[in-house]
Each structure stands twice: as structure tokens, then as C-alpha cells.
Design a protein around this ligand. Sequence first.
Ligand code: BEZ
Ligand code: FE
Length: 291
Amino acid sequence: MSRYFTEENSAETVISRLESCPDPRFRQVMESAVRHLHAFVKEVEPSIEEWRQAIDFLTATGQMCDDRRQEWILLSDTLGVSMLLETINHRARDGRTEATVLGPFHVAGVGVEEMGFDICRDGKGEPCVVSGRVADAGGRPIEGAVLDVWQTNGDGRYDVQQPDEQPENNMRGKFVTGADGRYWFRTTKPVSYPVPTDGPVGRMLDATGRHARRPAHIHFIVTAEGFEPVVTHIFVRGDPWIDSDAVFGVKESLIVPFELEEDAGRAREAGVHAPFWTAEFDFALVETSTG
Ligand code: BEZ
Ligand code: FE
């Protein structure tokens, strides 16, 4: 191999400079990054102008970020990298509920509500009752499981996207299961909505002919002492965007039928007006692995 950098030896020449890297994992990461980057450039052979455009795009992505907006995560989401990472790190195990992306709109520290509470605090959208059970892999109910729930309002926007228009914690709540592992809460039927498109990721989606929509869903983080947490959504069966989620988050096992209930008696029992939507979903958690 030539002592000096050539087109042929480019990756190996850079990698040879990593020999003194003291952290073996970091060295592996850097070696792989260099190898794949050089292979990418050799395959695409960008012009200098194209490379400048790429740098401008990455610069704009960073400049779009602040403490309320994370454009890098949105880029990772829309390129399928977040879902790949999620899937590798939470491989479906022993029948546990499948995971999907956290997304940028989770808010920590939301209060615990009484079972049956209505998380819709702005009166928009179509009423819906969501219920089910949290159990272990053997089907035994888990007492004290915490369900942290959030979704958009009837207009398809999260409260944190419209702090001046929506009440604080609109469409958010936490619920704690009793001995039967059951949960239920009132909300509105989720609607599909676009991921933020006013930044470089929006321009990338546009330039590649992609839409920005996510199929209607409700987010959950389910935790219980001694069990691995599950970060997931339930999706509305029949949503027109179910096969083309902009962030690739849909899994078959998370698609749930939302049924329209017309019975006035059932509506009264649930504290809503008929007609209202119902959805049922059971969560399965696995015990935290020891060792
Ligand atoms: C969300 O579902 O809230 C979401 C996930 C990924 C990117 C943008 C939004
Ligand atoms: Fe969402």
C-alpha cells in the first residue's frame, strides 16, 4: 500500500491512524464510520458543489435545533434509522409488546390521573374510550404498572406545538393499574398528522417526493417495577397512512380496531356522549433481565 493517500487506499489510510485509540468500542465505531463514508463517496462520486450542498443541509439541520426542536432526531426518524435502532435494541422477546419510536413530543413529569380520566382538555375531536390490561408474559396482571399516554388533539397538533392555543398537558396523562392490571381512560379518536416540515427535513421529504404524514396513533410508555419498560404506540386500523408512516413506526401487532359505539347506556357508563369510539389493547411486559 502506498505511504500516501490514494483513491484506492483512502479508507485504510484513515483507519490506520486510529491504531492508538484507547477505547476499543469507539475505535470500532470510527473505523466503521470511515469505511462506510468512503464507500458512499466512491459509489456516489459527488461533485464539489453537491458536497457543499450536503454540508449546507447538515449545517441547517443543526441550526434548526434548540431545546424544543430536535431536527437531527427527525432526520434519523425519517431515514428509518430510529426505528432500526429501536428494533435492534428491543428485539421482540417472549411475547412482549413491540416497541416503536418515542418521537419528540413526550413530556416528562405529567401527573397521575384517576382511572377513566378524560385527557382531552380542549373539547376538540371525537370522544373515545381506550382500555385494556397490563400483564406479564404469562398473562398474570401487573399491579402498579404506570401508563404514560400522549397524543395530538383533534386538530392533529401536540400541546407543546401550540403552547398558546392548547391547555397545558392537553391530551396527556398517567394511569396506574390496580390488582387486576386493567386500565381505561377517555380521550379522542387519534387523527393522522404531519411531522414538522418547516425545516431541512421537510425540504428533504419534499425533494424526494415523500409525504410527511404519520398514521393516527396514541403514544404509551408502560413501566412497572421489575419489568422492562415498553415505549410504543397503538395505531388506528384502516388509517389511510398506515402503510406509509413517514417515520416507519408501524408494526402489525400495534394496529388496533377502533369501533364506533352507538349505545346510549354504554356511553353513560363511560361518561361520554354517544356515539363514541372504543379501542382495546393489552400490554405484555417482560421481567428485567438479571445478569
Ligand atoms: C410522533 O409520533 O410524535 C413523532 C415521531 C417521530 C417524528 C415526529 C413525530
Ligand atoms: Fe405522535
